[in-house]
Ligand binder design. Structure first.
Ligand code: SOE
Length: 379
């Protein structure tokens, strides 16, 4: 018999859908002690929130997140709001004794993130941040190969996250969907939205970053603001390029932009070690490229591992070997890991504390771009 865990979801945009889909599916595929129940969806607009709740099977709605937190029948609060609300909601949720799942990035900056970490630690409530790409089986397999020592000493970590959806000059900033262009709501542009993913995966695979130097650019300087109705300065970074040093001595390069015409979500990573290299690409997410220098020279070359066999991470839970899964499954895996962690009393990563380190990398990148120098990453 599984134990019900009542979820109150705040925010019903893209991530609200991705998380709800994961709650709906997880117990069909994973044997777990807990079962998430879609108890309440919360959003400011009653009609839209109700429509979302009906579509995704939530039992009730709230239009004020404070009322949601006051409810005794909510065990887990899932924060899918724009970044400027993460801190306030998370602190209140911790004080109300709720478990908290928070969409990435943890906060707009490290200072906000620290307050959130303090709140969950004081309250002793389970917490996790949705850095979902760790749970793509090919990326999880990369972690396994690295941990097994198959790459040996790591020399290089190379990663990009490229998109092209903000090139139009008449695209507005602020409000629903476009809050990512509004610095007050988002905290930063591609650094917090996209590079945060790259940094989270990099830290997981290759350890902490020690120092960074970066440049950023804002290509469209002013945009109409949907909330004020005025043309306002754009203060997010549209593009960012980073050179970095990891604590293990390897070198890192990271690039992100929303101005790479033709690229919708090109998230790639490549790691070069003394014995082997690996590479992964979100557009081909079920494959891991692997080059092993120990192979016989006449057959040595990059192999493309189709990560669908049942002895590969998470894949015993899905179909038969050869049949692929996709983007949405990374969220199913993350919920499964959270629920397994609860049962074992072992927090699933990344916790708020772990995600704060990624926030510190983002802070150092933005500080470096501003000061045009190298910055140490706060540890
Ligand atoms: C932005 O377009 C975005 O949706 C990010 O916010 C997500 O975190 C990323 O996974 C895909 O792109």
């Amino acid at each position: 018999m599984t134990k019900a865990l009542n979820v109150g979801l705040i925010g019903y945009g893209f991530m609200g859908r991705a998380h709800s889909n994961a709650y709906a599916k997880v117990n069909h595929f994973f044997d777990l002690a807990y079962r998430p129940v879609r108890k309440a969806a919360c959003g400011r607009d009653q009609k839209n929130t109700q429509a979302f709740a009906d579509q995704w099977g939530y039992e009730s709605i709230e239009t004020d997140w404070r009322n949601l937190l006051a409810r005794k029948d909510i065990d887990v609060v899932d924060i899918c709001t724009p970044n400027n609300l993460h801190r306030e909601i998370a602190i209140a949720a911790a004080e109300a004794g709720k478990m908290i799942l928070c969409e990435k990035p943890l906060a707009r900056n490290g200072a906000e993130g620290q307050d959130m970490v303090q709140a969950v630690e004081k309250a002793g409530v389970p917490n996790m941040v949705w850095y979902n790409y760790r749970r793509i089986p090919a990326v999880t397999l990369a972690k396994q190969l690295i941990d097994e020592g198959r790459l040996g000493k790591i020399f290089h970590y190379r990663s990009v996250f490229l998109q092209d959806w903000t090139i139009a000059e008449d695209l507005h900033q602020g409000g629903q969907a476009l809050w990512r262009l509004d610095v007050n709501a988002a905290g930063s542009g591609v650094t917090g939205d996209l590079l945060a993913h790259c940094f989270d995966t990099a830290r997981w695979l290759n350890g902490d970053l020690d120092s960074v130097t970066a440049m950023t650019e804002t290509f469209v300087k002013e945009r109409m603001h949907n909330l004020t109705g005025k043309v306002e300065k754009v203060e997010i970074d549209d593009a960012c390029a980073v050179l970095s040093r990891f604590a293990n001595g390897s070198l890192g390069t990271f690039e992100s932009t929303r101005y790479a015409r033709g690229h919708k979500a090109l998230y790639t990573l490549e790691i070069n070690g003394e014995k082997a290299s690996i590479a992964w690409d979100l557009h081909d997410l079920h494959r891991l490229s692997y080059f092993d220098h120990a192979d016989d020279s006449i057959v040595r070359g990059w192999r493309s591992i189709h990560v669908t066999d049942s002895d590969m991470p998470y894949m015993d839970k899905w179909w038969v070997p050869g049949l692929q899964i996709g983007y949405e499954h990374s969220f199913v895996h993350q919920v499964a890991d959270f629920l397994e962690g609860l049962a074992k009393d072992e927090p699933a990563a990344p916790t708020f504390k772990d995600a704060l380190k990624t926030q510190y990398v983002c802070d150092a990148v933005l500080d470096s771009a501003k000061a045009q120098n190298w910055q140490k990453v706060r540890q």
